[in-house]
Design a protein around this ligand. Sequence first.
Ligand SMILES: Cc1ncc(C[n+]2csc(CCOP(=O)(O)OP(=O)(O)O)c2C)c(N)n1
Length: 271
Amino acid sequence: MDINPDVDPQETREWLDAIDGVLEHEGPERAQFLIEQVIDKARRSGAYVPFSANTAYINTIPVDRQPHMPGDNAIEEKIRNYARWNAMAMVVRANKHTNVGGHIASYASAATLYDVGYNHFWHAPSADHGGDLVFVQGHSSPGIYARAFMLGRLTVEQMDNFRQEVDGKGISSYPHPWLMPEFWQFPTVSMGLGPLMAIYHARFMKYLQDRSLAQTEGRKVWCFCGDGEMDEPESMGAIGMAGREMLTARCEATARSSRSSRATFAAPAGT
Ligand SMILES: Cc1ncc(C[n+]2csc(CCOP(=O)(O)OP(=O)(O)O)c2C)c(N)n1
């Protein structure tokens, strides 16, 4: 049951129309000012208007202010489909004759986010950029391997030996720079360490820049987090610091994993 039923829809409509008019003719800043004045007036006059830190679960960039996506959507989607498939295939194939396990749904649910990052945002270290810092959520590792496979960085043998790296021919379960120094940037999946490290890296990069100790401006930290992971004390504690220091953390909760049965690797022709 709605605890605040709309007892006068026409009056509600008039107020909403008024805000629409302000937004259209005077802009969002004026609208925000007026809304705050109204809330303040109501509170001072005895109305109970509790504070809420939650915002509507919507895209905060209005559709008419979204720029067009650059690049070729059709090709990007095709590559993404291959990556999703290969990620699933490597887990299933590695489990054919073993019980090593592995995750499918985490990457499948976050594939577009990783893809857009790879295609449009992330910088490798180069002469004119220090490089971005990307914390991959641990259970999404098959998707990162799947993309690397299509780029020719990993072999079918390595893919088939997912989670069986002890003999040196496989690849590690999770992001692990100690086991795969040429591949992974940061270790994650000890839940909470990714968000914790990402936030402190961002904080100290700003510190170094502000004190002219290092040139870090323009370098960004990208952190992919599990929803379960965000309950960890490491994540919860660090995110408070990120708020106080006004850092921007980009986190995405991933879905729970599931297993599938049969699969083969797919690679787009010519890669
Ligand atoms: C500190 C810690 N506790 C427990 C685990 C075991 N563990 C690995 S992944 C996982 C669940 C992760 O869930 P979520 O963050 O939602 O990611 P998803 O599996 O959905 O990708 C657990 C409990 C761990 N890796 N680290």
